[in-house]
Design a protein around this ligand. Structure first.
Ligand code: F6P
Length: 325
């Protein structure tokens, strides 16, 4: 193996740069040249490759976003497009590809492997929604940004004795909502994986107030509904409360990655190079119980579903269950 390439695909996630840096340094350590592909699979098809050196990556470890740029590129589902990518990879004498992205991006890596070109995935998405692995690059940073925002909102919420509904990202997954919600001591966490009763949410908020709280916080995952719709429904059952809604949106994807995101990204970046060197492909790396793990793309994506931490969700219900006299 003489030359490999790395790309980032789908939504950017803080920590992707730390993974790129690890791929480059581990590659060079083994005498392998590393090329970066700009703009994900789109750049791959268009042959948008750049050489990567230590000087290119060493400052980037601490930066959010992706230094290679990214794109959403549904065209890559077509075999004809995948063959064009393989042509480019061959033309540039590349022996293996590392794809940092979500499960859609892994589909691309798998397709290339099936067509005879070795590719390996690294989970990178703030949503933490990839089956198998317990952790995806960017989740910890996004959750921390969401938490800081909720903490800030709680200052004004307390001053006015208000109830806030804060909508967080996560696409179809409730992970950011659960973790940020628990960490912020929220009165309710609303996620797509669990049904909710709006009257019960209002009852919990009232009970919290009766017990002495001077504000209330409801964290809503975007996969349930938009915040405006939720506030409308909520205000109908709790007309006595002063309610405001906030959508955090893309602010959660920005900022410097947390130490945890950088460390796991580094571990997975280096491991993916080692795996390519050992002739493995059609797999992705991940984290289980804080340790590196390797997953078969087909087996895991087809047979496993991502699970949210139900224990945390249940704990929040338990903590906010109060009896009003
Ligand atoms: O997958 C990451 C994510 O930020 C989701 O949480 C969100 O639903 C989506 O991407 C937003 O996508 P875009 O940036 O393309 O609007």
């Amino acid at each position: 193996m003489k030359r490999i390439a790395v790309l980032t695909s789908g939504g950017d996630a803080p920590g992707m740069n730390a993974a790129i840096r690890a791929v480059v340094e581990q590659g060079l350590h083994h005498g392998i040249e590393v090329l970066g592909v700009r703009f994900g699979y789109k750049g791959l098809v268009e042959g948008d490759f750049i050489p990567l050196s230590i000087a290119d990556v060493h400052h980037k470890v601490k930066r959010g976003g992706t230094m290679l740029y990214t794109a959403r590129y549904p065209e890559f589902r077509e075999e004809a497009t995948q063959l064009l990518a393989i042509e480019q990879l061959k033309k540039h004498e590349i022996d293996g590809l590392i794809v940092i992205g979500g499960d859609g991006s892994f589909g691309g890596a798998l397709a290339l492997t099936k067509l005879g070109f070795p590719a390996i995935g690294i989970p990178g998405t703030i949503d933490n929604d990839i089956p198998g692995t317990e952790y995806t690059i960017g989740f910890d940073s996004a959750m921390t940004v969401a938490l800081e925002a909720i903490d800030n909102i709680s200052d004004t919420a307390a001053s006015h004795n208000r109830t806030f509904v804060v909508e967080v990202m996560g696409r179809h997954a409730g992970d950011i909502a659960i973790w940020a919600g628990i960490a912020a001591g929220s009165d309710a966490i609303i996620i797509p994986e669990e049904s909710y009763d709006i009257a019960d949410v209002a009852r919990r908020v009232d009970a919290g107030r009766a017990a002495g709280k001077d504000y209330s916080m409801i964290v809503l995952a975007e996969g349930v509904m938009g915040v405006e719709e939720f506030v409308k429904q909520y205000s109908e059952v709790a007309p006595h409360q002063s309610v405001r809604g906030v959508t955090l949106s893309h602010i959660q994807r920005g900022g410097n990655p947390t130490g945890r995101d950088r460390v796991f990204a580094t571990l997975m970046g280096a491991k993916s190079v080692d795996l390519l060197i050992h002739g493995q492909s059609g797999i992705y790396v991940g984290i289980i119980n804080e340790e590196l793990a390797v997953f078969d793309i087909v087996e895991t994506l087809e047979k496993t579903k991502h699970k949210v931490r139900e224990d945390l969700y249940e704990l929040n219900l338990e903590l906010t269950e109060r009896i009003i006299d």
